[in-house]
Design a protein around this ligand. Structure first.
Ligand SMILES: [Fe+2]
Ligand SMILES: [Fe+2]
Length: 303
C-alpha cells in the first residue's frame, strides 16, 4: 500500500486529539432513549415493517447496545496484541515505542468508555439484553491464530470504524447526541490506529516466510468466521431482547424476516464494511494480489 504513515506523525496526531472518558459520559451527559443510537444503514430496522415506530426504536437501541459490547469485546484482543508487538523492540525507535504504547493505552480507554456507556444503557433501557462472550475467551481464540492474520483482523476493525463514522454517523442529525459523541471520539483515535496497524502489518509481513504469507489471508478469514459465529448468536439474543422490550413474541413469519434482515445487517456492520474498505484491500494487496482477490471473492456474502 502506498502511504505516508509514520510512527512520529501518528503519535503527534494522537496527542492532539486526546480526550478523557469523563469528558464524554457521566453527570449531565446521559443517553436519550427517545432517539436512535445507530444510523439506519447499520441498524436496518426499517425493512421490518411489522414493527411499530416505537418497536423499531427499541431494536435500534438494542443494536446500539450490541455495538458497545462488540467493540469492547474486539478491543480485548487488540490491546494485548499491540503490547506484544511493541515489547520485543522497546530500545529501538522512540517514536515507534511511544506510538504503540499510546495505541494500547487508547484501546484500554476505549474498553472503559464502552463499559461506561453500557452501564448508562442498562440503567435506562428498562429490560435485559443478553450478550455473547465472555470477551476473554473470544479474545484468546482470536489470538491463537497467526500474528499476521490477527493484525489483518485488527486493521479490518479500525478501517471499519472510520467508515462507520464518515459514511453513516457524521451527517445523521437524528441520532442521540451522546451516542454520536461516542462514535465521533472513537473515530478520532481509531484514525491513528488504522495507520499504525498498516505499519505493524508491514513489519510482520517482512519477517514472514513465503508459506506464512500464503496462509495469512486464510488465518484472517478463520478469525472472520469465528467472529461471524458469535455475531449470529448475538442476532438470536437481539430477537429475544426485542421481544422482552416490546412485551410480546413475534410470529413465526416475523421471526424469519427478522433473521433475514438482521443477520445481514450485523454482517454488514462488523464484517462487510471492513473487508471492502479500500485501504484494507490495498494492505492485503501488499501481502499478495491473491490475498486481495480471495477476500474480494467472499466479501459479497457480508455486504
Ligand atoms: Fe478503539
Ligand atoms: Fe483501535
Amino acid at each position: 500500500m502506498n502511504h505516508q504513515f509514520s510512527y512520529q506523525a501518528a503519535l503527534a496526531a494522537s496527542e492532539k486529539v486526546s480526550w478523557r472518558v469523563e469528558d464524554i459520559i457521566g453527570g449531565e451527559k446521559t443517553l436519550d432513549f427517545t432517539k436512535p443510537f445507530l444510523p439506519e444503514s447499520l441498524a436496518r430496522v426499517e425493512p421490518l415493517s411489522f414493527l411499530s415506530a416505537d418497536e423499531k426504536m427499541s431494536l435500534n437501541q438494542i443494536r446500539g447496545h450490541g455495538y458497545l459490547y462488540t467493540f469492547g469485546l474486539v478491543e480485548e484482543f487488540i490491546l494485548p496484541f499491540v503490547l506484544d508487538h511493541a515489547r520485543p523492540r522497546l530500545n529501538g525507535d522512540d517514536y515507534r515505542v511511544r506510538a504503540l504504547l499510546r495505541f494500547a493505552d487508547e484501546e484500554a480507554k476505549h474498553i472503559h468508555l464502552f463499559k461506561r456507556f453500557r452501564e448508562e444503557f442498562l440503567d435506562g433501557f428498562g429490560s435485559h439484553c443478553e450478550v455473547i462472550g465472555p470477551p476473554r475467551e473470544i479474545a484468546q481464540a482470536v489470538l491463537a491464530h497467526h500474528p499476521l492474520g490477527v493484525a489483518l483482523a485488527i486493521a479490518h476493525i479500525e478501517w471499519m470504524t472510520q467508515r462507520h463514522y464518515l459514511d453513516s454517523v457524521q451527517g445523521d442529525e437524528q441520532l442521540d447526541p451522546q451516542f454520536k459523541s461516542l462514535l465521533k471520539h472513537h473515530w478520532m483515535e481509531e484514525a491513528q490506529h488504522a495507520k499504525l496497524d498498516t505499519l505493524m502489518i508491514e513489519a510482520l509481513r517482512d519477517a514472514c516466510s513465503q508459506e506464512e504469507l500464503d496462509t495469512a489471508v486464510e488465518e484472517y478469514l478463520k478469525i472472520g468466521c469465528l467472529l461471524d459465529g458469535g455475531l449470529m448468536q448475538q442476532v438470536q439474543f437481539d430477537l429475544e431482547s426485542l421481544e422482552r422490550a416490546i412485551g410480546h413474541p413475534l410470529s413465526e413469519s416475523e421471526r424469519d424476516r427478522f433473521f433475514e434482515v438482521q443477520r445481514q445487517a450485523v454482517r454488514w456492520t462488523y464484517l462487510g464494511t471492513g473487508m471492502t474498505h479500500k485501504n484494507f484491500l490495498a494492505t492485503l494487496e501488499s501481502i499478495s494480489p491473491a490475498a486481495r482477490m480471495r477476500v474480494e471473492q467472499v466479501s459479497p456474502a457480508f455486504c
